[in-house]
Design a protein around this ligand. Structure first.
Ligand code: NAD
Length: 370
């Protein structure tokens, strides 16, 4: 089987869907075609890919394979290079219906890795987790870099410096890593989430959980989320959370927001009123900026200063850690590939498999997800 790995062309995308490590594992049985330069932004040379067993080719050759491994959904120009029936695997943006239709019309068999279900068997293929982990780490690095004071408490001959107070909003994979990273730097941390089990996780990392009480059974039920993901909370609960967060934000030096609800705009958690109440020089890193932001003042691809607060609106922070982000992504892809290659090294897309069922966007010209 021929497996192609094109270079990513989306602006700002630095990752690549295969590394020499994964190429080596596949190249004994398959022909691997890497587009020349595909790994350069992640510090991987063509020579390293060739040494691992890949053939270096051009875009048409990489897209002309039987299976195409991507990070991002193919653009219109890229799609034109892919022949009908090709299996395309990547973060294909399953909530973008127009893109799903375009891929179905092109006759692709498209598998969206973001839609991998949160079941134990699929953990090693979970790209949202592998990339969110990196984003949570990098958010703290960016915050520390933007913040004009120290993170840890310091006792020096010139006097004592207080530890930074960090508030984490949304404690999924990114939020937990942000807590752990900020803790290593010596910050004092508080965190908020809707899902009740998060409290214990937050406390086990040495941070304080901001408890927003549930006043009705309905609130308690919605807060459980579905499939590991949050659901939108009722306005009453959001108002109580907002009031509590407003008070904690006044004391915070750094706020990192990561709250997402799949397929919906990100919930607003840090209002303009709250930003106004924050200390001058404090920092907000809004990881949800590409879904509209957890702070309405954050701007996509920009760091802005509003009411004296630095607000970082950098999307896709994993792209700023390109080498490790690619290494983890490529391993997720490799594990996913094992699902669709049988013991005779033939391509088999078993539509009864739970993971395939959840990720297959289209096949044989048929749209399987709107
Ligand atoms: P996510 O990226 O979808 O959202 C980030 C966080 O924002 C979540 O914790 C969510 O509860 C929170 N959030 C949403 N609305 C909020 C609000 N109004 N206020 C505060 N917080 C809000 O989440 P994620 O990182 O994908 O992880 C969600 C959960 O799934 C985690 O507990 C994670 O450990 C779990 N998970 C399980 C598996 C598995 O079992 N295989 C794999 C990955 C993740």
């Amino acid at each position: 089987m021929r497996i192609g790995i094109p270079a990513e062309t989306r602006p700002g995308e630095t990752r690549v869907a295969a590394t020499p490590e994964t190429i080596k594992k596949l190249s004994a049985k398959h022909q691997l075609i890497m587009q020349a330069g595909a790994g350069l932004a992640a510090s991987i040379t063509d020579d390293a890919y060739a040494a691992a067993g890949a053939t270096i080719g051009n875009a048409a050759e990489a897209f002309g394979a039987d299976v195409v491994l991507k990070v991002r959904a193919p653009s219109d120009d890229e799609r034109a290079l892919i022949k009908p029936g090709t299996v395309v695997i990547g973060m294909l943006n399953p909530f973008d219906s127009a893109n799903n239709v375009a891929m179905a019309t092109a006759g692709l068999r498209a598998l969206a890795l973001e839609a991998v279900p949160r079941i134990t068997r699929a953990q090693s293929m979970d790209v949202l987790s592998s990339q969110a982990n990196i984003a949570g780490y990098k958010a703290v690095m960016i915050a520390a870099n933007t913040y004009q004071r120290f993170m840890p408490m310091l006792m020096t001959a010139a006097g004592t410096v207080k530890a930074a107070r960090v508030l984490i909003m949304g404690v999924g994979v990114a939020g937990l890593q942000a807590i752990a990273t900020a803790k290593r730097l010596g910050a004092v941390i508080e965190a908020s989430d809707v899902r009740p089990p998060v409290k214990e996780q937050v406390e086990s990392l040495g941070a304080k959980f901001i408890d927003v009480p549930f006043l009705t059974d309905e609130e308690r039920e919605i807060a459980k989320g579905v499939g590991g993901y949050a659901r939108p909370m009722p306005p009453d609960w959001m108002a109580r959370q907002s009031a509590l967060v407003h008070e904690r934000a006044k004391l915070a030096d750094i706020i990192i927001t990561t709250a997402l609800i799949p397929g919906r705009p990100a919930p607003v958690l840090i209002s303009e009123e709250t930003v106004k109440a924050m200390k001058p020089g404090s920092v907000i890193v809004d990881l949800a900026v590409s879904q509209g932001g957890n702070c309405p003042l954050s701007e996509l691809n920009k760091t802005v200063i509003k009411h004296g607060v630095h607000i970082v609106g950098e999307p896709d922070l994993a792209t700023l850690v390109a080498a490790d982000a690619s290494a983890l992504y490529a391993r997720n892809v490799l594990d996913f590939l094992k699902l669709i290659i049988d013991k005779d090294e033939q391509l088999v897309i078993d539509r009864e498999d739970d993971i395939i069922k959840a990720t297959l966007l289209c096949a044989d010209g048929q749209l399987l997800r709107q």
